[in-house]
Design a protein around this ligand. Structure first.
Ligand code: ADP
Ligand code: MG
Length: 683
């Protein structure tokens, strides 16, 4: 007898072929099948009379086949046709290249036909390639709510539905409950076995709703509990290095600009934390270009003046180098030493850097992941800053702060998410928000156009270059394949040679280049030696070249809103008027709404809220750049209420049993460990 842990191949109807396709969906066990939730549902309970069918709308028709279906052969294609009748009228049903469809319907029988009615050029109505389901012996149709799964090529909906039904049968009693009973009672959650059964084979709409609510709660509750457990293990609230407030005057004099009120407010919150005697765990959220780096510098200055080291970690080498340069510019005149540590340094360079770091000669250390690798010894780090930290996991963040005793942690992110959500997702951090941009910033004019405008865009870019400005062109990646990506960027820049931009200096940058190569391209771009940078999303995070005023994004439909917003944030960083042009031929409604959002606002918070709305479940943090495990069923926008419940339940549990050591929470702990949730949370 199969159970949840049995390989899928033990299920009826699964041979090695299907098992292979399932593996592509990360489905290897019976339990995995059950955890592969439908993406949406089709309500097939309502029957539409033939006379009332609307064009292009999915409908169920229950009708009788009078004469046997006929196959005909036209232009090498098999066309199967039959006429079906109900009390309101009749209509043709047609299948293309499915010669066996003929055998599925018998003359004189009544079936349910599920599909869309189309009106052909000659005015004739037909249903093309409907699914056919048998009715009961009385010709009655007991419709159902049918799940639609996210699948890959090689697996049909019908096949997967059967697999799910088999998995439910096999799992039987082995589906156990791991949400503690009192929580289930308090929030009126359905039992797990009920939920799994009804999410795959909903008995009715009400049961489906209950099933979904339970599973959404489960997903968010587990995530939150995992997060709070990390917090408990980290000893949240433990003592931190107590710093003294210092005179910030020399620092502010060395900065080329005056802090905005928002920057001042956030720095005040930071200095209050670091002088409190407790440990700082603070997230600074600020829209693209709001000046987070300068706030980080102020915190670093204060730390150094107290006699400690400050660490700044960036997600890419390119960014680390950029920060290193801007830190040096501000701190060297103040007699403060800044060191750089990254992968790909020559052995000798690296040895020297490590020596400076351990001796304390380096006051501020800027770097990449290399900073948290073994062999790096800090003399006395009191502050660890991570920039655009959503690329680091909690565990990595922890290992950074472990380098020093009770190191303060400051985390910066440009992913503006609604506050309620931030509280939940960044549950172990306090939050500061830089809520205004430095003065004098100009609105970035944004346009959404189709590829027919490309010539004109090139001409426009050429004019801007004539004025001394610079241009980014982003090519979307077709798939997550750096090789193909590199090729498409190179090809694109070649194709520019035959356009008005052919005479301009163009360079490419992509993920396949060596860090040194990337650095030198970006350096040349920053120095104005390159007019046009054709790039992949490598440049998405944090690059700062104020002279660039045009951002052209090809295949804009391939990017999520948050990503488009980040990309747009690469321009409009200086005094000159900037432009963002989104090119797409895609007409889907989601794309159109995304592009419309981009052209109508530059407010990162509004954009992220819209992003939430437009994304389906599993999509929100699904992209790797966010690093948070993709949610399988919860939609953080629609399910906000459940999210709040899940959060209070998790918090309450954390107060009673922070490390999940009580017996009634064993099952829960085992499940969280099994899912390695804490390893995957990347905030
Ligand atoms: P982000 O928050 O996106 O990391 P940065 O820290 O890179 O933004 O800052 C964006 C740009 O704004 C930089 O060129 C920086 O020098 C500039 N900047 C930051 N703060 C101020 C300010 N208070 N006044 C003027 N310019 C500022
Ligand atoms: Mg930044």
């Amino acid at each position: 007898m199969a159970d949840l842990n049995s390989p899928v191949s033990e299920l009826k109807g699964i041979g090695s072929g299907r098992a292979k396709y399932l593996k592509k969906l990360n489905i290897e066990t019976v339990g995995d099948v059950l955890n592969h939730y439908p993406r949406e549902y089709e309500d097939r309970t309502a029957v539409t009379p033939i006379a009332e069918l609307s064009e292009d709308e999915n409908a169920v028709v229950v009708a009788r086949v009078n004469d046997e279906a006929k196959n005909s052969y036209i232009h090498g294609m098999t066309i199967t046709k039959a006429r079906i009748y109900d009390e309101s009228g009749s209509i043709s049903v047609t299948w293309y290249n499915q010669p066996y469809a003929k055998n599925n319907i018998k003359a004189g029988q009544t079936y349910a036909f599920i599909g869309k009615m189309t009106v052909r050029k000659n005015g004739q109505r037909e249903i093309q390639s409907p699914e056919v389901e048998k009715t009961d012996e009385n010709g009655e149709w007991r419709g159902s709510i049918v799940p639609i799964y996210p699948l890959c090529a090689g697996l049909s909906q019908k096949v997967f539905r059967k697999i799910a039904a088999e998995a439910l049968k096999a799992a039987g009693d082995s589906i156990n409950e791991f949400i503690p009973t009192d929580i289930r009672k308090k929030y009126m959650l359905a039992e797990r076995s009920f939920a799994l059964r009804n999410i795959h084979m909903p008995e009715n709409e009400e049961f489906l709703r209950l099933a979904r609510e339970r599973l959404v709660f489960e997903e968010l509750f587990m995530l939150q509990t995992a997060l709070l457990r990390i917090k408990a293990e980290n000893g949240f609230g433990r003592k931190g290095i107590k710093l003294k407030m210092v005179s910030m005057k020399p620092f502010f004099e060395s900065l080329p600009f005056k802090f905005t009120d928002a920057q001042t407010k956030v720095f005040d919150e930071i200095s209050a934390d670091m002088t409190s005697g407790g440990i700082m765990n603070r997230l600074v959220q600020g829209d693209v270009g709001s000046g987070k780096t300068a706030v980080a510098m102020a915190a670093a200055y204060m730390t150094v003046k107290n006699g400690y080291q400050a660490i700044m970690m960036a997600p890419t080498e390119v960014l680390a180098v950029q920060h290193f340069d801007s830190f040096k510019a501000v701190f060297e005149p103040l007699g403060i030493n800044v060191a750089l540590l990254k992968g790909g340094m020559k052995a000798k360079e690296k040895r020297e850097a490590l020596a400076k770091i351990s001796s304390g000669e380096a006051d501020i250390i800027v770097g990449t992941h290399a900073l948290i690798q073994s062999g790096v010894e800090f003399k006395n780090a009191a502050l660890a800053i991570t920039d655009e930290q959503h690329r680091f996991g909690v565990r990595q963040r922890q290992s950074l702060s472990d380098k020093g005793e009770s190191t303060h942690v400051l985390v910066m992110t440009a992913t503006p998410i609604p506050r309620t959500l931030a509280l939940i997702l960044y549950g172990d951090l306090d939050i500061s928000i830089i809520d205004s941009l430095p003065p004098g910033r100009q609105q970035i004019d944004t346009f959404a156009v189709n590829t027919g405008y490309r010539e004109r865009i090139y001409k426009f870019a050429d004019k801007e270059i004539e004025k001394g400005r610079q241009v980014y062109i982003i090519c979307a990646m077709v798939e997550e394949n750096e090789k193909i990506e590199a090729e498409s960027v190179t090809e694109y820049s070649e194709s520019l040679k035959n356009t008005v931009l052919g005479k301009r200096n163009t360079a490419v940058i992509h993920g396949r280049m060596k860090p040194d190569e990337k650095d030198s391209v970006l350096k040349a771009f920053a120095e104005g030696k390159i007019d046009i940078l054709v790039a992949t999303t490598v440049i998405e995070v944090g690059i700062n070249v104020p002279n660039a005023t045009v951002m052209v994004i090809e295949n804009a439909e391939r990017f999520g809103l948050a990503q488009l917003h980040q990309l747009r944030g690469r321009v409009g960083r200086g005094e000159d008027k900037s432009y963002c042009i989104l090119i797409s031929d895609n007409k889907s409604s989601v794309t159109r709404q995304r592009l419309k959002t981009m052209t109508s606002t530059t407010d990162g918070f509004k954009i992220s809220e819209m992003d939430l709305k437009l994304r389906g479940p599993g999509e929100f943090f699904g992209t790797r750049q966010h690093g948070i495990p993709s949610l399988k069923i919860a939609n953080l926008y629609r399910d906000m209420d459940i999210l709040k419940d899940a959060q209070s339940a998790a918090q309450h549990l954390a107060e009673c049993d922070p490390k999940l050591e009580k017996e009634e929470n064993f099952d829960l702990r085992r499940e969280i460990d099994r899912l390695s949730l804490d390893e995957n949370i990347g905030i």
